[in-house]
Write a protein that binds this ligand. Structure first.
Ligand code: SAH
Ligand code: SF4
Ligand code: F3S
Length: 445
């Protein structure tokens, strides 16, 4: 492509959290609205958008190796745009270090991507990392098509400032999108084929707005309004912060039938000293008490969490506290990470940085405990009959893959279509999925 050619094809590659996936979809829609077409996997695109994640050092380093990999044999590159959280945090450095990058756009400015690409194609490199996000959502095109399970960002940013975390800096302050806009976007997604919507936010349960009658509403109120969309069958939300699990939301798990019995509620660690140093606003005990209340509202709720091992100063005994907490909860699934010092965060300069081998060893023990519990949870599901939302074809002929209410992957065979909600008896459990036998299609599905 010569520098004056406008790109005709594009590819968006998203890394990191589900919000980045959502942002990637929206960027693709923006480029599509300009008449550009997406390339299929493996084909070369005129424009490649790397939608990056800054959460851990490894994630950030990936950007530079990806940029290198895009170089062609003759030394040229497609037009490269770096978006996402690395763009926000290290935009200038990327521009200096990687001449093949022509566009740097932060997560709150990506509605400007098409203009910036046009500028870059005309030979001017463009950077935009302004905050906040108010203008962004209003500038995005209508949503037309959706798979059976869709993401919808309702809240963005974080005011919690956990001492290890870059998100408050890369995504900015907490911002809730307006109620009416969200109901509209949810309806568009459902019209486009969605049967399940996962509401997204860095602190999704901190969402606040005014409902249609001008009353102040939290996430429970929003979920109630969305549950009134008839063809929408399931509502999920992620990621929640323990401090924002209000009474109404806990109660909603018992009363809103479309709210799925699954909750991702990160705790990070089991030692109160470590939690305090992390600037988490809960203790191990207050977290466990909160889970008791949630389980009282919805006894079959499946729990998921995030864990960090090797936070600065974490002793062996403090790590054991985390293992004890895991034993007490019995997570259905979880994500766990070795602590990664991030530039500009308070924890990066704390005393007592933990040696990599110690972190490796702790992570292994932690993951063994989490894997044990995940398998136990899946095994305990065998014999249950539940609804499965069909998401895609399986590997074998006639086989389908879908999700249980508890977010387990379930495969089964039968005459169904993507987007159907079918009744399946769970008959066999593995660590990462279950197999089932279809009982009958749900009436109206
Ligand atoms: N807002 C969400 C998730 C933020 S990032 C929350 O508060 O739960 C997702 C996960 O990455 C975090 O929950 C945490 O477990 C992990 N994480 C964040 N910063 C990290 C760091 N510096 N090192 C290792 N893991 C980190
Ligand atoms: Fe990061 Fe903590 Fe905010 Fe989550 S709550 S995004 S871990 S600062
Ligand atoms: Fe990564 Fe940014 Fe999400 S740092 S985890 S892409 S909010």
């Amino acid at each position: 492509m010569r520098s004056t050619d406008q790109p005709k094809t594009y590819r968006v590659k998203s890394f990191g959290c589900q919000m980045n996936v959502y942002d990637g979809e929206r960027m693709a829609e923006l480029l599509g609205a300009q008449g550009m077409t997406a390339t299929s996997e493996g084909d070369e695109a005129d424009l490649v958008v790397l939608n990056t994640c800054h959460i851990r050092e490894k994630a950030t380093e990936k950007v530079y190796s990806d940029i290198g990999r895009l170089r062609r044999e003759d030394g040229s590159s497609p037009l490269i745009a770096v978006a996402g959280c690395v763009a926000q945090a290290e935009g200038e450095e990327i521009m200096a270090r990687a001449p093949s990058v022509k566009v740097v756009v932060g997560p709150q400015a990506y509605h400007r991507l098409p203009d910036m690409v046009a500028e870059a194609a005309a030979g001017r490199r463009a950077t935009e990392t302004d905050m906040p996000a108010e203008a962004k959502f209003a500038a995005l095109p209508r949503r037309r098509k959706s798979g059976p399970s869709a993401f919808l960002t309702i809240q963005e940013g974080c005011d919690k400032f956990c001492t290890y975390c870059v998100v408050p800096y890369t995504r900015g302050a907490e911002l809730s999108r307006p109620f009416a806009d969200l109901v509209d976007e949810a309806k568009m997604l459902v019209e486009g084929g969605a049967r399940e919507i996962t509401l997204l936010g860095q602190n999704v349960n901190a969402w606040r707005g005014e409902d249609a009658r001008g009353r102040s509403a939290g996430l429970a109120g929003l979920a109630e309004a969305l549950a009134e969309i008839p063809e929408l069958r399931r509502i999920r939300y992620t990621t929640s912060h323990p401090a924002d699990m209000d009474d109404a939301l806990i109660e909603a798990h018992g009363t809103n039938a479309k709210l799925m019995p699954f909750l991702h509620l990160p705790v990070q660690a089991g030692s109160d000293r470590v939690l305090k140093a992390m600037n988490r606003s809960h203790t191990a005990e207050s977290y466990l008490k909160l889970l008791d209340r949630i389980r009282a509202a919805r006894p079959d709720i499946a729990l998921s969490g995030d864990f960090i091992v090797g936070f600065p100063g974490e002793t062996d005994a403090e790590f054991e506290d985390t293992l004890r907490l895991i034993d007490a909860v019995g997570y259905a699934q979880a994500f766990s990470f070795k602590y990664s010092a991030r530039p500009g965060t308070p924890a990066a300069t704390m005393d007592g940085q933990v040696a990599p081998q110690v972190m490796d060893e702790r992570l292994q023990r932690l993951q063994a405990a989490l894997n044990r519990d995940q398998l136990a949870f899946n095994r305990a599901s065998v014999g249950k009959t539940c609804d499965v939302l069909v998401e895609r074809k399986g590997r074998h002929p006639g086989q389908w893959l879908g999700k249980s209410p508890w977010l387990q992957s379930v495969h089964f065979t039968g005459e169904v279509a993507i987007g159907d909600l079918v009744r399946v008896e769970l008959v066999e459990a593995g660590p990462n999925s279950l197999s089932g036998v279809m009982v009958r299609a749900l009436a109206g599905a």
